[in-house]
Design a protein around this ligand. Structure first.
Ligand code: HEC
Length: 135
């Protein structure tokens, strides 16, 4: 009987540790939410949105903002702005291309996910204590 109780106690302790470990792993130490000033609410930075944002940024913004382009657009990458800087860009929309209609084919939902992606990899998300995002 004593042995059985010991096994149950051990199992319970093990499960408790395991669930704490998983909770930490999910957190990952990265920003998990972004407050969006356009919609005045928080957006979860979900993997599917970040992936969609990456693709939209590549196919739209990067079609002009690549290194050595002949459209007069500066080279842009995720670390060209801070987290606040990206939010401000998509809120104010005061840059030349946003005004001249180059953003017009993107829906407001698409702009939100591009903003999510750029925010998640912004200049000030770099963490010197990890090997991630070096380069
Ligand atoms: C048709 C080409 C084109 C497209 C597409 C385009 N841009 Fe631009 N963008 C420009 C040009 C030209 C300028 C003005 C020159 C400059 O400052 O780079 C500009 C300016 C900017 C600037 C200011 C540059 C700086 O660093 O101060 C930002 C930021 C920017 N664009 C972001 C974006 C984002 C984000 C997207 C996608 C949603 C986008 N652009 C799509 C051509 C484009």
């Amino acid at each position: 009987m004593k042995e059985k109780i010991a096994v149950i106690v051990m199992a319970a302790a093990f499960l408790t540790l395991l669930s704490q470990g998983l909770a930490l792993a999910e957190d990952g130490g990265e920003a998990a939410y972004r407050f969006d000033p356009n919609i005045q609410s928080s957006r979860a930075l979900e993997y599917k949105n970040l992936w969609a944002g990456y693709n939209l940024f590549k196919s739209n913004c990067k079609s002009c903002h690549f290194r050595g382009n002949d459209k007069g657009a500066q080279f842009l990458d995720t670390d060209s702005r801070t987290m606040r800087g990206w939010n401000a860009l998509f809120y104010k929309k005061s840059v030349r291309c946003a005004k001249d209609g180059s953003w017009a084919k993107l829906s407001s939902e698409e702009l939100l996910v591009i903003n999510d992606y750029l925010y998640s990899k912004a200049y000030d998300t770099w963490d010197p204590n990890t090997a991630k995002s070096c380069g």
